[in-house]
Design a protein around this ligand. Structure first.
Ligand SMILES: [Zn+2]
Ligand SMILES: [Zn+2]
Length: 281
């Protein structure tokens, strides 16, 4: 495979051990060696508030983190990630997340982004008067392999990164005592190094972005040829009317603007009439 950044170094703007998930795919697929700059405070750029951010917002935050990476490392290549979790947009009883990974090549003025909509996450919380009331929720969120945070209900976090039952019981008792209505909020700690499920999502995303970086644009050979979106309007098999179904996959080069539309990977060229706004209103 073509390795566009062999023997080059990129700053990975993270405080949460994401190099464990990302170093290997970037080394193997792009030739990039990742370094984590010291003196980096990405937490100033916002943290989880329990609401799912819009993808654009998450991308902006990741780009801001990558810029911190340039400033802290002196490198002209930087990588940063951002995750956001909250209620599933269509199934509010379930949790979901988005993970964004951004690579910036400042010399080529290239910004490459991959996003992942995550439907497998342990994100959640419980408001309880005592630890026993957490019941099997602890198992469902993967405790103690996945860490927890505790706060008095309505108050600020008093303990985070909790990975053992004794520390959890102490923190819950303290939070209950501090809370006007005698309840503690226990929530999942979503920082990557304390959340193996999230680390696995970041690794998947890393492999996708590294593959994209290793794919040159067919027109100008810049790194990062990959999917930029989809076009809709697959024609109805009976009457030819454009439907809402995906007609093609759009690829675009962020360096030169060259674009191509590829047919659907499943080979479907017409929509079943059941999806047609004319035949099946
Ligand atoms: Zn190009
Ligand atoms: Zn039709």
């Amino acid at each position: 495979m073509h390795k566009p950044y062999a023997h080059r170094t990129a700053a990975l703007a993270t405080q949460h051990g994401k190099q464990r998930a990302l170093s290997r795919p970037f080394q193997d697929l792009t030739g990039l060696n990742l370094v984590v700059p010291s003196m980096l405070d990405t937490d100033t750029l916002g943290s989880f508030d329990g609401r799912l951010a819009r993808t654009g917002t998450a991308i902006d935050t990741a780009i801001a983190k990558a810029r911190l990476g340039f400033a802290a490392s002196g490198q002209s290549l930087a990588l940063a990630s951002e995750g956001s979790f909250g209620p599933h947009p269509r199934l509010p009883l379930l949790a979901a997340g988005i993970e964004v990974l951004v690579f910036i090549d400042a010399e080529r003025e290239l910004t490459l982004t991959e996003t992942l909509f995550v439907e497998r996450t342990n994100f959640g919380h419980r408001d309880v008067p005592e630890t026993a009331a957490l019941g099997d929720w602890l198992t469902r969120v993967g405790f103690p392999g996945h860490a927890l945070m505790v706060r008095p209900l309505g108050g600020a976090v008093i303990a985070k990164g909790i990975q053992d039952a004794a520390t959890l019981a102490r923190a819950v008792a303290e939070a209950v005592a501090l809370s006007p209505d005698r309840r503690a909020r226990v929530e999942t700690d979503m920082r990557a190094h304390l959340n193996p499920t999230r680390m696995a999502s970041i690794r998947r995303l890393g492999i996708r972005l590294a593959r994209r970086i290793a794919t040159p644009c067919p027109a100008c050979a810049a790194p990062g040829w990959g999917q930029s979106g989809v076009t809709r309007g697959l024609p109805c098999a009976d009457c030819g009317t454009a439907t809402e179904m995906i007609a093609g996959i759009e690829f675009r080069c962020t360096a030169c603007g060259h674009a191509e539309t590829l047919s659907r990977p499943d080979g479907l060229t017409h929509a079943p009439p059941g999806y047609c706004p004319a035949c099946n209103p």
